[in-house]
Write a protein of this length. Structure first.
Length: 251
């Protein structure tokens, strides 16, 4: 991620009364940005972690995460897709900044749903949204109410983040941006097999003990076959990653 992006993020942190870090509730540890959190602490700003896409995890998992994350920062679960959490989010903004007008900075990895959360808070489309990674190019000021102004930032990735498999998992790189689509799909499938192996049976009607078997099964179900009826696992990998990044599979 270029130096200019980090300069923008520092500007947002420095001029905001409160920072909301949007993370993916399915894998918050992978989508929390420790560098960014350190910058917020150094700037002596308040930070709230917003776990978006929480409709894609179980209630039990939500409770576990709340207990863990609350030891470090206040946190809240929202789903802009299923439209819950807006009232609580407004309340936590008020609680952390007090009375008067406030400026709230929105930060986080690409594709965690920052713009969608803004739209949900405002009640209508205020910031452009897309399922493509890195859609937001620069800061966008959004007036939510007479009291609250939000500043959306470009998605930021830690300086040392080079593993495109992880970026595929969290949706920060879409399939058409990956050098090794098959390898990335194997990585994501192995993650899901550890968390909820039944999801492939439920969503694709496919079973397997490893990623290669799962991808072959998807290829057969989708009728994506090479000459001689051989499953096209490369195409299946791309189809699977698209489904995953669009939130079609619930873990």
């Amino acid at each position: 991620m270029g130096k200019g992006y980090w300069q923008r993020v520092r500007k947002i942190i420095g001029t905001s009364d409160l920072i909301l870090e949007i993370v993916d509730a399915r894998f918050p540890e992978q989508t929390r940005n420790r560098q960014l959190e350190g910058m917020v602490k150094n700037a002596k700003r308040r930070l709230v972690i917003v776990l978006n896409k929480s409709d894609l995890i179980s209630v039990e998992r939500s409770r576990e995460l709340k207990k863990e994350i609350s030891k470090e920062f206040p946190c809240i679960f929202v789903s802009s897709k299923e439209r819950f959490g807006s009232k609580l989010l407004r309340e936590i903004i008020g609680k952390n900044v007090g009375s008067g007008k406030v400026k709230v900075g929105i930060v986080g990895y690409p594709n965690t749903g920052k713009s969608s959360v803004i739209n949900y808070l405002r009640g209508k489309k205020a910031a452009k949204t897309s399922s493509s990674a890195g859609f937001t190019k620069g800061e966008q000021m959004v007036k939510v109410s007479e009291r609250i102004m939000l500043m959306d930032s470009p998605g930021v990735i830690p300086f040392d983040e080079v593993d495109e498999r992880k970026l595929a998992l969290i949706g920060s790189k879409s399939p058409n941006q990956l050098k090794n689509v098959f390898g990335a799909a194997v990585y994501v499938i192995e993650f899901i097999l550890r968390e909820n192996p039944e999801i492939f049976k439920e969503f694709y009607d496919v079973e397997g003990v490893n990623a290669e078997e799962i991808l072959e099964g998807i290829a057969v179900k989708k009728k994506r076959l090479l000459k001689g009826g051989v499953p096209d696992s490369e195409v299946a990998a791309r189809l699977f990653l698209n489904d995953w990044q669009k939130g079609k599979l619930k873990i």
